[in-house]
Ligand binder design. Structure first.
Ligand SMILES: Cc1cc2nc3c(=O)[nH]c(=O)nc-3n(C[C@H](O)[C@H](O)[C@H](O)COP(=O)(O)O)c2cc1C
Length: 539
């Protein structure tokens, strides 16, 4: 496929999967519960390595994650890998309602369908033979897919997506949700690594075909009769003060290809009632090729850092992150708290979730402020990169004020004063979570400029929104309030409200933060009681 026709396919997909007041993007209509996909992939026949659970004695403060050098690098052992995977992709609780029971995880997922799978690629260690492992979140174990002699420092973590899991519920728009979830998962990995004094470097040179070969996703026979996984990204993970070895992609691929593979992927749904060919099309059009040049770290946020004041332990914030199902419509978020939350979405090279993200910010926030004492209710913009008002303001509606508000040099602008609650609710598919909160927001991506870099950057823009979403979830939790990602919104109506024309800026994801209401009908159970005593006893 030529780059031009790939671009056209991506634009066409984006256009046809917009929700509108009068027409939702094509979906299955009703949910076929009999074919609900299993959220747990496993590779039958692959040897399982159980991982230790995080110690209850781990009281590293959440705020320390943002003080580079404060947390000494943990030594690499099975406990460290256990923490890394538990706090990023592991279960965080079970919810029970009547006969129904479902698991939540440290990483959120649209519809709790969890399309993202995680893999570890490691050289041989005294505690773990070298090779490629799939993380099984239910069993908190590594499934060895390939045993191979590999040589590099640190370890690699890769993500892949099973589109079917999201498509089962969301139809054509599912490809977008899978990409959001990748961003959230990468963010979750980044925060978990920071608890170990480690950091994550996204290896941007790798192409999708390379990642598929590394993970064995291209091994037809191992996926016979099972839903395939699409490669997403590959990261180096290791001590924060180190930088990744230059890895020779072809050499590493030759090593795993001559390794010993085992395991057969399980089937996730007994049958698939609908096929969504546009997902395959946009996937093919947005494959990332191997790239020879790298972008280098983007410039760090241009405003002074606003410190985190949370007293909570990092492990607690990460494990008790939840999506609020409803907000109370009264709890405010103080302006200083909002400023800190916004700061945490800005790029800082050595702070999670941004460590090792190699691209300059392309996503900005349009805020609907409802209950933030110190800020008048209304519409605001937070521009996450260098802002040149003379170029940015003309993209929006003429009447907007562009008044600078908040701490000096924080790129936060008031556009218009007014009650934005009805607009926020209606634009987010009539969901009251967007209006009963203290503030909600839409994430505006520099769409045309991003896609000019290459069709695959379509996916990267969604990853960036997921990373921002993960920062918002954890910051909201750390501040004692709650947040929820919002994938359902009426795309063009958001653009109309802001006066955006064409596709220079496109809203890709919404989010809301406020005082959560807890549904007392649901019972909460611990995540890993089914594993017995694998968690070290409290000291
Ligand atoms: C990309 C994305 C989109 C979401 N969209 C919505 C939404 O439109 N409405 C909603 O109530 N929740 C939404 N959620 C919240 C999910 O339903 C929630 O993450 C999932 O049920 C798991 O619960 P947890 O986040 O508490 O672990 C979204 C979450 C993500 C990650």
């Amino acid at each position: 496929m030529s780059v031009r026709s790939a671009q056209e396919t991506v634009y066409a997909y984006h256009q046809r999967t917009k929700h509108a007041f009068e027409r939702y993007a094509a979906g299955p209509g009703h949910l076929d519960w009999a074919t609900q996909p299993s959220p747990f992939r496993e590779f039958k026949g692959a040897e399982r390595v159980p991982l230790p659970l995080v110690s209850e004695r781990n009281l590293i403060p959440y705020r320390a994650l943002f003080e580079p050098g404060y947390i000494g690098a943990a030594k690499a052992d099975l406990a460290a890998l256990g923490l890394l995977f538990e706090l990023s992709f592991g279960l965080s609780a079970w919810k029970v309602y009547g006969e129904d029971r479902w698991a939540l995880r440290c990483n959120p997922s649209s519809g709790n369908l969890h399309p993202t799978e995680a893999y570890l690629i490691t050289p041989g260690q005294p505690f773990l033979p070298g090779g490629v492992y799939h993380y099984h979140s239910h069993g908190h174990a590594l499934e060895r897919r390939c045993r191979a002699d590999l040589a590099f420092s640190g370890c690699l973590v890769a993500l892949s997506s099973v589109f079917w899991r999201e498509a089962w519920k969301y139809g054509e728009r599912a490809f977008r949700y899978c990409q959001h979830d990748v961003g959230h998962a990468l963010g979750a990995l980044n925060y978990a690594a920071a608890v170990l004094g480690w950091s994550v470097h996204l290896l941007e040179a790798w192409g999708d075909e390379d990642i598929a070969a590394l993970l064995g996703l291209d091994r037809e026979a191992d996926f016979a009769g099972a839903e395939r996984e699409a490669p997403d990204l590959l990261c180096w993970v290791g001590p924060a003060a180190s930088t990744p070895d230059a890895i020779d992609i072809d050499r590493l691929l030759t090593s795993v290809q001559s390794g010993t593979w085992s395991g057969q992927a399980n089937r996730l749904s007994a049958s698939h009632r609908h096929d969504w060919p546009v997902i395959e099309e946009v996937h093919a059009a947005s494959l990332k090729p191997r790239t020879l040049t790298t972008s280098g770290p983007p410039g760090t946020a241009a405003w002074p850092e606003i410190p985190c004041r949370s007293e909570l332990a990092a492990v607690e914030v990460i494990r008790t992150r939840r999506s609020a199902q409803a907000f109370d419509g009264v709890t405010p978020v103080a302006a200083d708290t909002l400023f800190r939350i916004l700061d945490a979405t800005g790029f800082r090279e050595r702070c999670p979730p941004w460590s090792g993200w190699p691209w300059a910010p392309r996503v900005h926030l349009a805020l609907f402020v409802h209950r933030v004492p110190g800020l008048e209710p209304g519409l605001y913009v937070f521009w996450r990169g260098d802002v040149d008002k003379t170029r940015t303001a003309p993209l929006f509606r003429d009447q907007f004020e562009w008044a600078e508000v908040g701490p000096e040099s924080l790129p936060l602008f008031r556009l218009a004063v007014g009650d934005a609650r009805d607009a926020a609710r209606m634009l987010s598919c009539h969901q009251a979570i967007a209006s009963d909160s203290a503030f909600s927001l839409g994430m505006l991506a520099e769409f045309d400029a991003g896609l000019r870099e290459g069709p695959w950057v379509y996916r990267r823009l969604f990853w960036e929104t997921g990373l921002i979403g993960q920062a918002l979830y954890l910051e909201a939790r750390a501040a004692g309030v709650g947040g929820t990602g919002i994938g359902c919104f009426f795309d063009e109506s958001v653009h109309e409200l802001l006066g955006l024309e064409g596709t220079v800026l496109q809203s890709l994801y919404h989010f809301t933060v406020g005082g959560p209401l807890v549904d007392s009908r649901l019972q909460t159970l611990p995540p890993y009681a089914h594993l017995g005593t694998r968690r070290p006893a409290p000291g």
